[in-house]
Design a protein around this ligand. Structure first.
Ligand code: NAD
Ligand code: UDP
Length: 315
């Protein structure tokens, strides 16, 4: 079995490459390094079943040989990244989705799309089930990401309905873990880096907004199950950890776990920042027999150890 993973040098993509190789698959990784790094996959170069293509998915994609599963994970995912690359982000999740779907059609491959909880926007329904249509500002600063993901979902369903492609849409909620960049801009790498460097911890707004954080190993297990199980054609599945936490409490937990002397400061909240976010994972439990195993505390401890090593190396 041969899989193509776009966004292979990114945070989630690199863990996916590793896991699929571990399961015995041949893996073709594709990335243009806009937010990813060769460091994330350096240890895979030389693996007899790993091949890497340095390529921008917004261009027509040609890959030799058979492909059984296409996983489209390329896309800047941190709000800081997608807001500073708005047009590129829209292209990756429109042209890039079109190109990878076209490739899946040509190769008669299964297609897994990395969608997001952002399709629910600033939700009125809580927790969010897959049946909720969301509340998204189509012209706000986050729309480049949210609407491109929504467009991609529509495109996946069009390929499913018109060409019978075996697509699966995974709505991924906030995920964290080793290999996130120190300057990624997302809340967990920000807080850990700040806490370990003794810098002030920047809580946006009053920190009353919530998120639900899934540890990377749990997410990868969910993606693997959703990719390998038969009979899920056209399904939309939430993947995330339903343990909901206020951002202020996350900041305090990270201060405690790092034994940091950093102070917590409050800075303005960005526009359209969703107030609450928590997945309803009933469907994932039923279809995939999947639920997260790592508590926030355990996942953070692993992530903090990794960041400690990384920061030491950078000194
Ligand atoms: P990331 O930024 O670490 O990884 C994205 C990767 O895609 C990077 O390696 C980047 O260089 C690559 N890429 C971007 N544009 C490309 C292009 N045009 N051609 C080829 N490669 C390109 O982000 P991540 O957190 O690993 O997210 C991966 C996917 O999962 C994204 O599609 C994201 O929207 C989705 N997702 C992530 C989360 C999360 O919490 N991490 C939540 C929801 C959805
Ligand atoms: N956040 C924060 N301080 C930071 C970074 C983020 O308080 O240094 C907040 C942000 O306002 C949001 C939450 O943490 O409410 C999660 O932000 P992130 O950028 O990780 O992802 P999002 O879920 O917004 O896409």
């Amino acid at each position: 079995m041969r899989v193509l993973i776009t966004g292979a040098a990114g945070f989630i993509g690199s863990h996916l490459c590793e896991r699929f190789l571990k399961e015995g698959f041949e893996v073709i990784g594709m990335d243009n390094f806009i937010t990813g790094s060769p460091d994330n996959i350096a240890h895979l170069f030389g693996h007899p079943k790993f091949k890497f293509l340095h390529y921008n998915v917004i261009n027509y994609i040609y890959v030799e040989g058979s492909i059984d599963i296409v996983l489209h994970f390329a896309c800047p995912a941190s709000p800081v990244d997608y807001m500073s690359n708005p047009i590129h982000t829209m292209k990756v999740d429109s042209l890039g989705t079109l190109n990878t779907l076209g490739l899946a059609k040509l190769k008669k491959a299964r297609y897994i799309f990395a969608s997001t909880s952002e399709v629910y926007g600033d939700p009125f329904v809580h927790p969010q089930p897959e049946t909720y249509w969301g509340y998204v500002n189509p012209v706000g600063p986050r729309s480049v990401y949210d609407e491109a993901k929504r467009f991609s979902e529509a495109m996946c369903m069009a390929y499913y309905r018109e060409h019978g492609i075996d697509v699966r849409i995974l709505r991924i909620f906030n995920t964290y873990g080793p290999r996130m960049r120190t300057k990624d801009g997302r809340v967990i790498p920000n807080f850990i880096t700040q806490a370990l460097s003794g810098e002030p911890i920047t809580v946006y707004g009053k920190g009353e907004q919530t998120r639900s954080f899934c540890y990377i190993d749990d997410l990868v297990e969910g993606i693997l199950r959703a990719s390998l199980k038969d009979g899920l054609s056209g399904e939309v599945i939430n993947l995330g950890n339903p343990e909901e936490v206020k951002i202020i409490n996350l900041a305090m937990l990270i201060v405690e776990l790092t034994k940091s002397s950093s102070e917590i400061i409050f800075t303005p909240q960005p526009p359209d920042d969703p107030k609450r976010r928590c997945p309803d994972i009933t469907k994932a439990k039923e279809l995939l027999s999947w639920e997260p195993k790592f508590s926030l505390r355990e996942g953070l401890e692993n992530t903090i150890s990794w960041f400690k090593k990384k920061l030491r190396k950078n000194l």
